[in-house]
Design a protein around this ligand. Structure first.
Ligand SMILES: Cc1cc2nc3c(=O)[nH]c(=O)nc-3n(C[C@H](O)[C@H](O)[C@H](O)COP(=O)(O)O)c2cc1C
Length: 304
C-alpha cells in the first residue's frame, strides 16, 4: 500500500549553535514555548547515525498556536557540517519546511519588516493559494502556506486536545493556554482530557474546585467545550452535559459499545457492560485482534 505522510510531529533542524538558532526561530516563527532543552547522547537516533552515538544539545520549541515542534539540534561531539553541495529540488531528503500561517500576506509583510531573508515574492502556488519562501541564517528553506482554517474551509471543525495535569503540566499554565487558544479565534472546540471528569485536581494547590470546574470558569466565547474521562453511563453523560460542557468525549465505553451515543439517547439510564470483558465480546463490537491485544494492556479491561 502506498504510504502518504500527512503530518510530522516535529521537525529536526541541524544548526551550528543551538541558542543562537532558538533566538532566531523564536523571532521569526514565534516558537517561544520551550518544551525541553537537553544536552546528551542521542541514543534513540542510533539507527540513523550509523550506530554511533552522537552527542547533541537540543531544544524542542513550539508555537502556542499549534503545529509541529522545532527540534533545534546541535552536534556537540563534532563540528556541525552543512552539505558540501547546494541542495536542489529533487535531491533526496526533506529540504523545505512548511509553516502554516493564518494570513500568508500579513506574514509576508511582517517577515520583510523584520528584515528576514525572504527569497521569493508573495506568489500563488499551483493549488491556487498564496505562499512564499524564506531562508534561515543556516541555508534552511521554509515555505509559508495557508493555515488549516483557510485550507479546510469554514465547515471543517478544528479542535485542540489538552492534557491539563500530570506529565509535567501545571494546571494554571494549561488554563492560560486554553484561554489563549479560545482568544486566537482559530479553533472550534477545546477537548480537555481530564481522565476523570468527576475528580479534584492532582495538585493540592488547585483544590479550591473540581478539575472540570477549573475549565468551566474560562470565557469560552463561541468555542465549544468537550471533556473526556470516566464518562461511562447515561447518568454520567447527562451530569456532565448539565455542567456547561457542550458535548462529551467517550473513550472506553465507546470501545465497549460501538453504538454508545444511540444507546444513551434511547435510555438515559444506560450502563455499560461491566469490566473486564471477554475477547469474543470485543470482537463482536468490531475490535480487530491487534486492537484487542492493545486493550489487553489496559488494567482490568480484557478478561484473560
Ligand atoms: C485505546 C485508547 C487509546 C487512546 N489514545 C489516546 C491518544 O492517542 N491521545 C490522547 O490524547 N488520548 C488517548 N486516549 C485517552 C482517551 O481519549 C480518553 O481521554 C481516556 O480514555 C479517558 O476517557 P474514558 O474514561 O472515557 O476512556 C486513549 C484511550 C484509549 C482507551
Amino acid at each position: 500500500m502506498e504510504k502518504i505522510i500527512s503530518g510530522i510531529q516535529q521537525m529536526g533542524i541541524g544548526i551550528p549553535n543551538v541558542h543562537e538558532a532558538f533566538d532566531f526561530y523564536r523571532r521569526a516563527f514565534g516558537v517561544d514555548v520551550k518544551v525541553f532543552e537537553e544536552a546528551a547522547e542521542a541514543g534513540l537516533m542510533l539507527p540513523y547515525t550509523g550506530n554511533q552515538p552522537q552527542s547533541r544539545h537540543a531544544i524542542l520549541a513550539m508555537n502556542l498556536q499549534g503545529g509541529g515542534g522545532f527540534e533545534i539540534w546541535q552536534y556537540v561531539g563534532r563540528t556541525p557540517q552543512p552539505p558540501k553541495f547546494n541542495v536542489k529540488l529533487g535531491d533526496l531528503g526533506i529540504y523545505i519546511c512548511k509553516i502554516k500561517s493564518p494570513d500568508v500576506a500579513k506574514a509576508f509583510k511582517d517577515f520583510k519588516a523584520k528584515g528576514l531573508n525572504v527569497i521569493s515574492d508573495l506568489e500563488t502556488a499551483p493549488n491556487g493559494k498564496p505562499h512564499f519562501y524564506m531562508k534561515d541564517p543556516y541555508n534552511n528553506i521554509f515555505e509559508i502556506v495557508e493555515g488549516i482554517r483557510k485550507a479546510c474551509g469554514k465547515s471543517f471543525l478544528i479542535g485542540v486536545r489538552l492534557s491539563p495535569e500530570r506529565f509535567g503540566m501545571d494546571l494554571n499554565e494549561i488554563k492560560i493556554l486554553a484561554q489563549n487558544l479560545i482568544d486566537s479565534n482559530l479553533i472550534d472546540f477545546l477537548d480537555i482530557s481530564l481522565w476523570d471528569c468527576f475528580k479534584m485536581p492532582e495538585d493540592l494547590k488547585y483544590h479550591d474546585k473540581t478539575l472540570l470546574d477549573h475549565f468551566i470558569g474560562l470565557n469560552f466565547k463561541d468555542v465549544k467545550l468537550t471533556v473526556a474521562g470516566k464518562i461511562s453511563s447515561g447518568h454520567d453523560v447527562h451530569k456532565i452535559l448539565k455542567n456547561k460542557v457542550d458535548f462529551v468525549t467517550i473513550g472506553r465505553s465507546a470501545i465497549l459499545h460501538h453504538d454508545f451515543p444511540k444507546r444513551v439517547i434511547e435510555n438515559p439510564n444506560f450502563k455499560p457492560e461491566p469490566l473486564p470483558v471477554s475477547k469474543s465480546y470485543l470482537k463482536k463490537e468490531g475490535l480487530s485482534n491487534s486492537f484487542i491485544e492493545y486493550m489487553n494492556r489496559w488494567p482490568n479491561f480484557v478478561q484473560n
